[in-house]
Design a protein around this ligand. Sequence first.
Ligand SMILES: O=C(O)/C=C(\CC(=O)C(=O)O)C(=O)O
Length: 298
Amino acid sequence: MSTDGVTDSSGRVRSWTLTPSTPRFVPPPGAVDAHCHVFGPAADFPFSAKAKYQPQDATPEMLFALRDKLGFARNVIVQASCHGTDNAATLNGIAKSNGLARGVAVVDPAIPDADLDALHAGGIRGIRFNFLKRLVDDAPKDRFLEVAQRIVRLGWHVVIYFEADILEEMRPFIAALPVPVVIDHMGRPDVTQGPDGADMAALRTLIDSRPDIWVKVTCPDRLDAGGAPYEDFVTAVRPLVEAYPDRILWGTDWPHPNMETRIPDDGALVDVIPRIAVTEELQHKLLVDNPMRLYWPD
Ligand SMILES: O=C(O)/C=C(\CC(=O)C(=O)O)C(=O)O
């Protein structure tokens, strides 16, 4: 872990390292980085007026260079809150990927069906509902349920981002969603509690509540204050991977929004993979089979 984030003269922050290491772990052919973002370029794709952070440009070209360095083949680009509900930067990233990226959008729930169709044509396969107050001003559950109903016909899923302290209040909402549900960063459990702690137990109860809940076993850098090699994260997450091998996804989370004071080394993040998914079979499910099923079913 380094702390080399910098703020440029216009106050825009870099939250990623310019010198990621090459991981020791070699991902299987076709591996998917199923959670990453692009920022801008702001000259072409300005940030939302409601953005809670102002990052430096993290372009598709930079993302694809990292993909290649880390040994991955594909990306799932998740619309970040700084771009609000204008998905143009995410669509631009997908368009530049030669078919090697798909995406998750953030939409105004009043979005017309024709615009959903256009997002589908642009490679979007899901929509994200963000419940983190530090990132978004409001998260209207009733309107989210309405728009979730309208993505059924597209075969999309919903990605939900919330923290462990509101998991209990999320249960009725999640139960009512009419499409598969992907939980970002496992709902941010306290990994110091271990694999049988209250947060992981609550997460397992949620996963068990329906057969189509998936989890991203991501972000040791956010969840493990101990830093690399992320022992607490590995201890807490490995049993989850083994319990739900067909419902797990992995991603770098590059360019690590809001992590400018604890910037992770992307190579070190990749080297966590074989410690949470310890067999080649688990690694293949995590990095290839599962994300392909969700994002490239066609
Ligand atoms: O990148 C992530 O997944 C997490 C984020 C940023 C984010 O989600 C967003 O801006 O939309 C965070 O915890 O600040």
